[in-house]
Design a protein. Structure first.
Length: 223
């Protein structure tokens, strides 16, 4: 008995349909997998870009603050007696380090400590940061400073990304508040004890972090 040509055509059409459905299904699965990967990459991209730009904002602000803008000028008061002072330090300090004068010799008892404090009351005192050799090579410190800025910006960006439904103003406020927290807990308290100026540190805590907040307020809320 001869095969039915119509039946052969139907079988071919059914086979082609099954093949097409199979290919379409595999393509849909591939597209779905790609979209899931993109969804996973999106937060990471936002974090990395936000941290990088935030770190650059911090880095360039600090460069301007300590150089062209001279925000920290009060912390570097000039004295015409610097040569005599350096000669005295070189003659009396055997190695570099931070010194507080009058200080406590090792092994001093609490009674001797109290006596030293009483004798030092009302007299001059000094906190000295002394190094045996000056280096004008700023590159290593600039690299370390940028890495520290990058890590700080990444942490702030990561924290902000954990808070849902933030508005632009929320992000600017939170970023600025984080900068202020650093100022309040370290430079400000140190200024109480060592009677130093911390105005420059306050500016450094507010201006760059407000700028970072403005950028992150735009970047993190993009669709």
């Amino acid at each position: 008995m001869a095969p039915d040509p119509g039946g052969v055509d139907i079988a071919i059409m059914v086979s082609e349909s099954v093949l097409f459905i199979g290919i379409s299904k595999s393509r849909l699965l591939a597209i779905n997998h790609y979209l899931k990967e993109q969804q996973n990459l999106k937060p990471m991209t936002r974090l990395l870009v936000g941290g990088l730009v935030g770190g650059l904002i911090l880095f360039f602000w600090q460069f301007l603050s300590w150089s062209m803008l001279n925000v920290h000028g009060e912390n570097f008061t000039y004295t015409p007696n610097e040569k005599a002072i350096m000669e005295c330090l070189n003659a009396n300090l055997s190695e570099g380090g931070e010194y507080f004068i009058p200080g406590m010799p090792p092994g001093m008892s609490s009674e001797e400590h109290m006596q030293l404090q009483m004798e030092a009351a009302g007299k001059p005192w000094a906190k000295i940061n002394y190094r045996k050799s000056f280096s004008d090579n700023m590159v290593p410190n600039m690299i370390k400073g940028f890495l520290a800025n990058l890590l700080t910006a990444l942490l702030v960006c990561w924290i902000l990304m954990k808070i849902p439904n933030l508005s632009f103003l929320n992000i600017v406020t939170y970023a600025t508040a984080m900068g202020l927290m650093g100022f309040l807990t370290i430079p400000l308290i140190n200024s109480f004890w060592f009677e130093t100026s911390c105005i420059g540190d306050l500016v450094d805590a507010v201006v760059p972090w407000a700028l970072i907040g403005v950028f992150l307020g735009w970047w993190l809320r993009r669709g």
